[in-house]
Design a protein around this ligand. Structure first.
Ligand SMILES: Nc1ncnc2c1ncn2[C@@H]1O[C@H](COP(=O)(O)OP(=O)(O)OP(=O)(O)O)[C@@H](O)[C@H]1O
Ligand SMILES: [Mg+2]
Length: 315
């Protein structure tokens, strides 16, 4: 079976200079995209979302006319080159502070999103466990803040942390801290779960164990998920749909439907022809994104952040 790929032909992968600036207050899609951004069953919708970071006199266009939706219970993975704006789009959906004004619309369950919506849980890219609370207390606090009743010990057992419930984050390994963070977002019983490369730093075995735990839990309560990753295999294992973003200023250039049966186990998946076809198609899509994109003119005055970081480390 061939993978279902939806090109977004009206959004060229190579961005011309004129495309990078979006007029203030623009709320309609210049891409004229079809229904993907507007679905009646959507738990989250981004409609023509554009965003520029303003740092003094520097202005960096990060997102450009991003259109997509996540249906209730749908698992959507977002792939794209490093620095393109994947974390920024999750931040925008979650309503946390953004580096500049946002154009377009973000709707949660059909209504303009409010910051700290209790139906949204966000597992950010960095470690955010509270160091002065034990594993159990960290998870319990998340449930308490959302006023949800949860059997925290059962949840910790399901992510393999029973023995470490009374440990503090500094006493846990990196993989254990990720599991604790996973338990913490699951404890919130969200309708929309935002996850930013949650398992990127884990070794192969730990990651596989976590996929199984996570997918089993997700199949139980089936919320909408937006999951950012760099890992093609991870995306295919988890997603119902995969969105590929261009380089910055980022927009969605391709969309893949993952029509593989669940429950999914990587070991079985990799033996399937349709898995290999999809992997190949994703690889090609991402290679196109990496190779074809000229640098955006709005970046011409951007200081070299990597160089700056190196200098800071040396001083
Ligand atoms: N507060 C900010 N001020 C200025 N620029 C910012 C700010 N936050 C993000 N950016 C810029 O926005 C761009 C996108 O950043 P973002 O963190 O969303 O990328 P990403 O796709 O998640 O990258 P990675 O895969 O490396 O995590 C980067 O060029 C980054 O430097
Ligand atoms: Mg990121």
């Amino acid at each position: 079976m061939k993978p279902v790929i939806r090109d977004r032909p009206d959004v060229p992968i190579a961005v011309s200079p004129a495309d990078t600036d979006v007029p203030e207050g623009s709320a309609t899609s210049a891409t004229g995209l079809p229904a993907s951004g507007q679905r009646p069953d959507a738990v989250a919708e981004c409609r023509s979302v554009s965003l520029a970071a303003v740092n003094g006199s520097h202005r960096i266009q990060i997102l450009r006319q991003v259109d997509f939706s996540i249906a209730d219970g749908e698992f959507v993975c977002i792939l794209g080159p490093s620095g393109c704006g994947k974390s920024t789009i999750l931040n925008a959906i979650s309503g946390v502070r953004l580096p500049g004004p946002l154009n377009g619309e973000i709707l949660l369950k059909g209504k303009p999103r409010r910051p700290y919506d209790s139906d949204v849980a966000y597992m950010v890219q960095h470690d955010t466990l509270l160091p002065w609370r034990t594993t159990r207390q960290n998870v319990q606090l998340a449930a308490d803040l959302r006023k949800v009743t949860v059997d925290v010990d059962h949840l910790l057992a399901s992510v393999g942390l029973s023995e470490f419930a009374d440990f503090f984050p500094a006493q846990l390994s990196g993989g254990m801290r990720k599991r604790a963070q996973l338990a913490r977002v699951l404890a919130q019983h969200p309708r929309l779960l935002l996850m930013d490369e949650p398992f990127g730093a884990l070794d192969f075995q730990t990651r596989n164990d976590i996929y199984e735990v996570f997918l089993d839990r997700w199949l139980e309560f089936k919320c909408g998920v937006a999951f950012v990753t760099h890992d093609l295999t991870e995306a295919i294992t988890l997603a119902d749909r995969i969105l590929v973003m261009s380089r910055r200023p980022a927009t969605i250039v391709k969309e893949f439907t993952v029509d593989l049966p669940r429950p999914r186990r990587q070991r079985e998946l990799i033996k399937r022809d349709d898995y290999r076809d999809l992997h190949e198609a994703l690889w090609e899509a991402l290679s196109g994104v990496e190779a074809d994109q000229p640098s955006a003119p709005s970046d011409l005055h951007e200081p070299d952040r990597a160089e700056q970081g190196r200098k800071e480390q040396l001083t």
